[in-house]
Write a protein that binds this ligand. Structure first.
Ligand SMILES: [Zn+2]
Length: 332
């Protein structure tokens, strides 16, 4: 059950949750308004786009993506590139930078690595990343709004190279953020890693939601129900649909080689949401901040491996070793 406002805060301060890490007055920021979206950026002809960019309908495959050998090697490249783009963009997050500038940095980082930004022209989406600020849950379109001190922003990167998509995201603090929002970010990262750590061959798909939802609830946060992870590889969005909440009937068993994303969206307030008139931006109805992290993972013979890591083996979205080392506790 979700931690109640009058319950003692999980941090051990002895204060009520609603007066400590659940203080919604401290979390509430100025609502994000749609800004101006700049013209679409060009991709050099040397970079091969996915089929859907040239008019064909995006494939949403109902079969699983299973990768071994040569196709796995290509997927590893796409995932490494995605992690490097995310890392590059994350270093540019600071007060005063517009999300459009982050998009430009990302765009350059993709194409210099020979990758196509999978979101660009996907069903008409106009940018190379998604930037979801504060109460925006996902699919925010980069625009001319400068990031403000105290904001939080999720940057979602998908790279297409060698016929494969690699998908990863992280939420970054903008300058100094309130401790409640820092906790929201930390809990979301750990929830993502705990979900991944629950994956192993023979276990059911719902092991992910069974790990994530109680962890978020124990910290007093909500979990978005209607958006989930997805199979990924040669197809951007494939089966299975990965729920991050408890779904008893998700009993499909993981099998070695399956590749998919784990990407929980955790809310400070209610997970209920609405869509902006742009047809993409999904925002929390109560306008309280939300955070998200995402990795592309593969089921191994004994567990799961995160594929979206840089050449140095790290990522702003965290790595599994952090869970294995038992660093799932938080301080105020
Ligand atoms: Zn607390």
């Amino acid at each position: 059950m979700r931690l109640r406002g009058n319950a003692p805060c999980w941090c051990g301060s002895g204060r009520k949750f609603k007066r400590c890490h659940g203080d919604q007055r401290a979390m509430r920021l100025r609502p994000v308004r749609p800004g101006r979206v700049s013209p679409i950026l060009a991709v050099p002809a040397t970079v091969t786009p996915p089929d859907y960019v040239n008019g064909s309908i995006p494939v949403t495959s109902t079969s699983f993506q299973i990768h071994t050998g040569e196709s796995l090697e290509r997927l590893r490249v796409a995932c490494r590139v995605a992690a490097e783009v995310l890392d590059t963009v994350g270093r540019e997050v600071r007060p005063g930078v517009t999300t459009e500038e982050l998009d430009r940095v990302a765009h350059e980082a993709y194409v210099t690595r020979g990758a196509y930004p999978s979101t660009l022209s996907y069903k008409g989406y106009p940018k190379s990343i998604c930037t979801s600020v504060n109460e925006v849950i996902c699919h925010g379109i980069p625009d001319d709004r400068p990031l403000e001190e105290g904001d939080i922003v999720n940057v979602d990167v998908t790279a297409y190279i060698k016929g494969m998509h690699g998908d990863t995201s992280a939420t970054f603090p903008v300058g100094r953020v309130d401790p409640t929002l820092r906790a929201l970010i930390d809990v979301t990262r750990e929830a993502t890693l705990l979900g991944i750590a629950a994956v192993a061959p023979g276990r059911p798909l719902n092991a992910i939601g069974n790990a994530i939802q109680p962890y978020a609830f124990a910290h007093g946060f909500g979990v978005v129900v209607d958006y989930g992870g997805h199979g990924i590889g040669s197809v951007f969005h494939a089966s299975p649909h990965v729920n991050h909440t408890v779904h008893e009937w998700d009993t499909i068993e993981f099998q070695p080689g399956m590749t998919f994303t784990v990407e929980p969206m955790i809310t400070a307030g209610s997970p209920n949401h609405h869509m902006w008139s742009d047809g993409w931006t999904v925002a929390a109805n109560d306008l309280l901040p939300t955070a998200q992290f995402e990795h592309t993972v593969i089921v191994t013979d004994s567990g799961a491996e995160i594929l979206t890591l840089t050449g140095q083996g790290d990522s702003p979205a965290g790595t599994l070793s952090r869970v294995e080392e038992g660093t799932v506790s938080h301080r105020p």
